[in-house]
Design a protein around this ligand. Structure first.
Ligand SMILES: Cc1ncc(COP(=O)(O)O)c(C=O)c1O
Length: 482
């Protein structure tokens, strides 16, 4: 295929050149109606290219096949049989992936370190999760993707489950053995779905962890805005083989999708694919070398340790070196306080922070200058760490809760708020998700324990944020009325 082409960008350029006059949404009409104060901050270009996908970018019948052609190029670029663009983030794509595999009352085998969009997908669909425990890294108090053996045991115990869903890489960059997991799933005649939200760059360099399509997985979902050059909310479904029916995927995604897909998002996705096919290898040669330098320099700082492959020996299949996860526990200060301090004093925003870590996401957009800004800030931070508050989070040895009711039943049940100190033993009717990274500590239908409640309430006092809770102060928790 001709990867020097970018059908969506070409159609957009043609739209501009042909002087179309829209009597359609968007109502700003290519920026003419935008308040100058908005234009001053955002610029007019963004509005100029914000056109309708049909009866705009393409004609009323979409007869130019513009988006479809761009999707075919994307599939070709990343070794998928088919690719579908979505403008609603992987949060929606993950729900669609669930719906394309299982229906109400049917089982899906899922690693419990899933993103909150999986919890929402289970509530919306009525699919029953068979949870598989993540590999718990006791020393680092960190969850990695479940082992292949754990998934194999679940497949054996639940032959009626419709498929397997795993997150890889995790937001901390650790990866499952997707090749072996695919083999095991296919041995059981079941599809493997990979939430590869953090892996849009993986197809473009051999030294990065294995990309799900190369591992033979049936479907992967990726957020190209996270690690790639696409705009926020851009997501792509990639399919391979015939275990997932593309027509069924399309029909089910139509239930959730917007009818006003953003051409801005489509265009940036198209450009990202061309950029990576033409320059990906050289780009990531440079980015990986930069990551190597940043990791080594940050690791040298007093009280800081950057996690590397050796730390995770035997627990993971691979890791993404672009997620620079710094363990700061030796300094005594909390990762939350450090992240706040970096933003306030150095205008540096960290990707993740928790009670004992801060993490910087590097991407192909970083260079020596941004890396030096990060390292200068980290050096200063290492010198000031003693002045920052310690985390007082009670992290239990076991964070796992029992799923005693289907997520959907618990979410839609009659519920009541109870004080957090009286919620242990009750069934949660809500998701309680420290964000980032967005992995729910409690899901609807799970029985709450004192340990998990203590983790969340002490976490909150130390700087954790739990945005999806009904009562974000966690004074009360919404539980099923019994
Ligand atoms: C593992 C994982 N899956 C899915 C998502 C949702 O992606 P998006 O933000 O594109 O909706 C996230 C977001 O952080 C995530 O971490």
């Amino acid at each position: 295929m001709d990867h020097s082409r970018a059908p969506i960008l070409e159609a957009l350029a043609a739209y501009h050149a042909s002087g179309q006059t829209p009597f359609t949404p968007p109502g700003h009409k290519q920026g003419r109606g935008v308040d100058p104060r908005v234009a001053e901050v955002m610029g007019l270009d963004v509005f100029r290219s914000d056109v309708l996908a049909t009866a705009g970018l393409d004609d009323r019948r979409a007869s130019g096949g513009v988006v479809q052609e761009a999707e075919e190029l994307m599939a070709d670029a990343v070794d998928a049989d088919q690719a579908f663009f979505s403008t609603c983030g992987s949060s929606l794509s993950v729900k669609t992936a669930i719906m394309a595999t299982a229906g109400p009352g049917e089982k899906l085998i899922i690693g419990r370190d899933a993103h909150k969009s999986v919890g929402s997908g289970l509530v919306l669909t009525g699919v029953i999760p068979v949870w598989v425990d993540p590999t718990w890294d006791h020393e680092r108090q960190l969850a990695h993707p479940p082992s292949v053996e754990a998934f194999a045991a679940a497949l054996k115990a639940h032959p009626d489950a419709k498929g397997v869903l795993v997150v890889s890489p995790t937001p901390y960059g650790t990866c499952a053995d997707l090749t072996e997991l695919t083999r095991v799933c296919h041995e059981h005649g079941r599809p493997l779905l990979v939430d590869e939200a953090w892996g849009a760059h993986l197809p473009f360099h051999p030294d990065l962890p294995t990309w799900a399509m190369d591992a033979g997985a049936d479907m992967c979902v990726t957020s190209v805005h996270k690690m790639g050059s696409a705009l926020e909310q851009s997501s792509v479904f990639h399919l391979r083989g015939d275990r997932i029916d593309p027509a069924l995927l399309k029909a089910r995604s139509d239930l959730l999708n917007t009818t006003s897909s953003s051409v801005l998002i489509y265009a940036a996705l198209d450009g990202w694919r061309r950029q990576m096919v033409e320059h990906g290898r050289a780009t990531y040669d440079r980015t990986l070398a930069l990551a190597h330098h940043v990791r080594a320099a940050a690791d040298d700082l007093d009280g800081f340790h950057v996690y590397g492959r050796a730390d995770y020996d035997g627990m993971i299949a691979d890791m993404d070196p672009l997620q620079v996860v710094v363990d700061v526990s030796a300094t005594g200060a909390s990762g939350y306080a450090m992240a706040d301090w970096l933003r306030e004093h150095h205008q540096i925003n960290m990707h993740l922070s928790d009670h004992r870590r801060i993490s910087a996401q590097l991407s192909h957009a970083d260079d020596e200058k941004s890396a030096e800004a990060l390292l200068a800030a980290l050096r200063d931070l290492a010198d000031r760490a003693g002045e920052l508050p310690a985390a007082q989070v009670r992290v239990p040895g076991d964070l796992r809760l029992d799923q005693v009711m289907a997520p959907r039943d618990a979410f839609f049940a009659e519920t009541e708020p109870v004080p957090a100190d009286r919620a242990a033993g009750r069934i949660s009717a809500e998701m309680l998700t420290p964000y980032p990274p967005g992995i729910p500590a409690a899901l609807p239908g799970e029985r709450l324990t004192g340990d998990v409640l203590a983790y969340l309430t002490t976490g909150l006092r130390s700087g954790m944020v739990i945005p999806d809770a009904w009562d974000s102060s966690l004074e009360t928790i919404r539980v099923v009325k019994e």
